[in-house]
Write a protein that binds this ligand. Structure first.
Ligand code: GRF
Length: 203
């Protein structure tokens, strides 16, 4: 089973997936990493692991649709079973989302449906919530709105800062994303008309 990972930045979630692959625990192979940002550190992580690292800068395309068309072409060359968004900071067109419907996962730093969008940690802190966390979900046309697959919670401490909260959540992301990817690659996780299922049971 073949996986293509899309990134824009540090790629620490990508690293968590690479680490599983290195130990033969991913249930598939990351065949390419694609970044829209030429300077993304995750590209180096891919190269260090011997994975094809591709830069596709969005600034070189005149429209979102042109970019997504180019992205599809690069992705298709690698014949993936699964697309993993790991800090890919681009809004995808409906055409792109439809093409990979049921075959694309994202990780988001909040307990969805709470705090969709950006600056999740600052907003959670400002609200004074006791619990925060991260979610893996299938990607649908609704931004950060697709069916949730797995979540991890963290307790928000009294003296929590945005940085400390972000670090806590990030550590949890690195635990749950490889699990969700493995479930998918093992054929246990599916997106059905009614939503996500695990071993045939609604999630
Ligand atoms: C993570 O916080 C993830 O939830 C969000 O983007 C960030 C990516 O971090 N979608 P990294 O590049 O994997 O370190």
């Amino acid at each position: 089973r073949r996986v293509v990972v899309l990134i824009s930045g540090s790629g620490s979630n990508l690293q968590a997936l690479i680490d599983e692959q290195t130990h033969d625990r991913l249930g598939g192979e990351i065949v390419a990493v694609i970044s829209n940002e030429p300077e993304a550190y995750g590209l180096q992580r891919a190269r260090d692991a011997g994975i094809d690292a591709v830069v596709l800068p969005h600034r070189e395309y005149e429209s979102r649709d042109a970019y997504d068309g180019a992205l599809i072409k690069v992705i298709e060359r690698h014949e993936p079973d699964l697309i993993v968004l790991a800090g890919f900071m681009r809004i995808l067109t409906p055409r792109f989302v439809q093409r990979y419907f049921g075959r694309m996962l994202n990780i988001h730093p909040s307990l969805l449906p709470a705090y969709q969008g950006l600056n999740t940690h600052a907003r959670a802190l400002a609200d004074g919530v006791a619990e925060h966390g991260c979610s893996v979900h299938f990607v649908t046309e609704e931004l950060d709105g697709g069916p949730v697959v797995v979540q991890a919670e963290v307790a928000v401490a009294a003296d929590e800062t945005e940085e400390s909260l972000k670090a806590k959540v990030h550590a949890r992301e690195h635990l749950i994303y490889p699990i969700a990817v493995k479930w998918f690659l093992e054929g246990r996780l599916k997106l059905e008309a009614e939503g996500a299922t695990f071993d045939g049971m609604p999630l």
